[in-house]
Design a protein around this ligand. Structure first.
Ligand code: SF4
Ligand code: SF4
Length: 511
């Protein structure tokens, strides 16, 4: 049964456009816009992501019902092949949208397309040892993270700058119009607050590299690097949908030229796992030879992997595991029982948290104060891009539960407001060498005023018999450990320059 001849690129383009629009709309609805609930988070895309599912469930050794739709994706891949990459992947859709805007460059030497399989094996082996690095390379994670940490903040900063300038110039007619446009954009696409993120440059560079690699080969990322593509490719290798003929015709090699992923090897054999079902070959074949047919039993087509390289990737995965175990954060945990970093409220115990976190950055996207930031390596290599609270940048809003609402994998538990109020994420300390009342004899009550707990976790020793610079009784603040929840607002608001005279650490009250 021939099924390919009637397919045109229009349905695919429409599907990709719909997916990309849905992705961007969900991205915007997930960003913090002043509400207390996120109804349509972008994490829905992870439900169709077999790599995130495999990495998270392998590393955490738990089944996760959130990923059930992944079974449908795998089933459809067994029937049709790598349709997800060609039709539904938002990263693929973005690359196909950007490529026509770029002038190709002639680069002869490219990596082996097997590189993505080796990367996949390495990630799965490390996940089997409870180390989840999948999110660093997963395309859905990369896309959400890049938009969150760099692209969206960059675009919004540019937009705010333009509107501010127009407002400042106050040009008759123009400024009134720009303010009207600004009002609409503020309600729809502009963020509630300007985002500032650590690692924004790194994220932008990596994202830009993925986009600009399209100049070298169409779908460069998908051909050579994407581990999700590699996983789907292994399933697609035994799919029921077959291409006819099974190689390039000796009198014509047009198919290879029009194929977005160049799904033919050096000998002209068709590589089923590389085909992303764009059907370009069917449409462009003037001799009407190329077609897709459904056949049973499936004709298996495995990638021609180099055994030596497979072994290297497996060994590298094995070697990484003990290497990550000797990170200094382990010593901190074992000798003092404390975590190296402050995690969001509702975060699971550190090892389980890291085994589940896919580094998507959604929690950072929704954090109303911008306090959740991507970690570099303070939490270990497996913690790269995972969320940490940096109180000097932003604090944990006392009644906010948004990060747990959007976390796709349950790395951060969904908390009720009542549970959140009881959740302790760290503890504050006063640096008496820098605190104004202690070090300079000047009264200051900023931290006490901002402390949100019902019974203030910061109180004053008074009277101490000394007078402040303004002539009033000097009052010195101190922290009551078992009332402090570690929200960090005191450190955030402390007027002392640099790191603040009150500092919140990841230690939790024991006394
Ligand atoms: S903890 Fe944050 S970064 Fe990690 S998976 Fe959950 S939402 Fe994404
Ligand atoms: S971190 Fe600071 S503001 Fe937050 S509860 Fe503790 S003392 Fe209060």
């Amino acid at each position: 049964m021939a099924v390919g001849r009637h397919t045109t690129s229009i349905p695919r383009r429409i599907t990709q456009s719909v997916i990309l629009c849905a992705f961007l709309v969900l991205f915007i609805t997930t960003t913090y816009r002043g509400g207390t609930e996120i109804h349509y988070p972008i994490n829905l895309f992870f439900q169709a992501d077999p790599l995130a599912a495999a990495g998270t469930m392998l590393a955490s050794r738990t089944l996760n019902a959130f990923f059930l739709p992944v079974l449908l994706v795998l089933l459809a891949t067994l029937l049709l092949g790598r349709f997800f990459c060609g039709w539904f992947c938002p990263m693929g859709a973005l690359l196909d949208t950007f490529r026509p805007l770029m002038k190709p460059v002639d680069v002869k030497k490219v990596p082996s397309r097997n590189l993505k399989y080796y990367l996949l094996f390495l990630l799965l082996v490390t996940a089997a040892f409870s180390i989840n690095l999948v999110g660093i390379f997963d395309p859905i994670s990369i896309l959400i993270r890049s938009l969150t940490l760099s692209v969206y903040p960059l675009l919004s900063a540019a937009a705010f700058a333009v509107f501010d300038q127009l407002y400042y110039w106050d040009i008759p007619g123009v400024t009134a119009a720009s303010e009207a446009v600004y009002g609409v954009l503020r309600e729809t696409v502009l963020p509630f607050r300007q985002g500032f993120f650590l690692l924004s440059t790194t994220s932008l560079v990596l994202f830009g590299a993925i986009l600009f690699a399209e100049k070298i080969r169409p779908r460069f990322w998908c051909r050579y690097l994407c581990p999700l593509g590699a996983l789907l490719s292994l399933f697609a290798g035994v799919s029921l949908l077959r291409r006819r003929p099974t190689g390039l015709c000796p009198d014509c090699a047009e198919c290879n030229d029009v194929c977005e992923t160049g799904a033919f090897d050096d000998d002209g054999n068709f590589l089923k796992g590389e085909c992303i079902l764009t059907m370009s070959c069917v449409r462009s074949c003037e001799k009407k030879r190329a077609a897709y047919t459904v056949g049973f039993p499936p004709r298996a087509s495995a990638p021609s992997l180099v055994r030596r390289h497979v072994v290297t990737s497996l060994v590298a995965g094995l070697a990484l595991s003990p290497l990550l175990l000797i990170h200094p954060k382990r010593k901190l945990k074992e000798s003092l029982g404390i975590d190296a970093v402050i995690r969001p409220p509702g975060a699971r115990e550190e090892p389980l948290f890291l085994s589940r976190c896919v580094k998507c950055g959604e929690c950072m996207m929704v954090c109303p104060t911008g306090g959740l930031q991507p970690d570099l390596v303070r939490g270990g290599l497996e913690g790269m891009y995972s969320p940490i609270l940096v109180p000097r940048i932003g604090y944990c809003e006392y009644h906010c539960t948004l990060c747990g609402q959007v976390c796709p994998t349950g790395a951060i538990e969904k908390l009720s407001v009542a549970e959140k109020l009881e959740t302790v994420i760290g503890m504050a300390y006063i640096d008496t060498n820098r605190c104004l009342p202690y070090a300079h004899g000047i009264n200051c009550m900023v931290c006490e005023e901002h402390c949100p707990t019902a019974d203030k976790a910061i109180k004053f020793r008074e009277p101490i018999g000394e007078t402040s610079a303004d002539g009033s009784q000097l009052k010195q603040p101190y922290v009551i450990n078992n009332l402090c929840v570690g929200c960090g607002i005191c450190e955030n608001k402390c007027p002392v320059g640099g790191s603040g005279a009150i500092i919140v650490t990841s230690e939790k009250a024991k006394y």
